[in-house]
Design a protein around this ligand. Structure first.
Ligand code: CA2
Length: 138
């Protein structure tokens, strides 16, 4: 069975609870159940943290054994050289996902430190982006 980890970064624990016009009205825990039933032949894991170091620790933990990482690093996408370095340091490939279309938002969201370290980037397709990213690894 393939092992794939979905990682969500800061504030994404608020999905479905705040700002539904930008991020939708479903919690990630609800959506994760949908993903698990869609991909019943995949060992799908989920991790969320608001802390940069915890995200890096998790990338290190799975980054030599898992088949894929689906990463929405939230605002750290636009600031974190450390997460970029962690992605480069591991062997597991990653796909970067953003729920909103970051290119249609403020200029500071247009640059990602992570995009050059991942296989590909999915932006603006809502939660569906996570499903498409998982499919890439199958
Ligand atoms: O569109 C995305 O997925 C983002 O990664 C979300 C980040 C943002 O900083 C990135 O530029 C784009 C913010 C996540 C905040 O999530 C919330 C969810 C519900 C309510 C409030 C914030």
């Amino acid at each position: 069975m393939k092992q794939i980890l979905i990682i969500n970064g800061p504030n994404l624990n608020l999905l479905g609870k705040r700002e539904p016009t930008i991020y939708g009205s479903q919690t990630f825990e609800e959506y994760f159940q949908t993903l698990q039933s869609l991909f019943s032949d995949v060992e799908l894991h989920y991790f969320q943290s608001n802390h940069e170091g915890a995200l890096i620790d998790k990338i290190h933990e799975v980054g030599f054994t898992f088949d894929g990482i689906v990463l929405n690093a939230g605002a750290y996408t636009h600031t974190s050289v450390a997460i970029a370095d962690a992605l480069s340091a591991v062997t597991t490939p990653a796909v970067e996902v953003h729920i909103s279309n970051v290119h249609a938002r403020e200029a500071f969201r247009h640059h990602s430190y992570l995009s050059s370290r991942v296989k590909g980037v999915i932006v603006g397709l809502g939660l569906k982006g996570y499903e498409l990213a998982v499919r890439y690894f199958l």
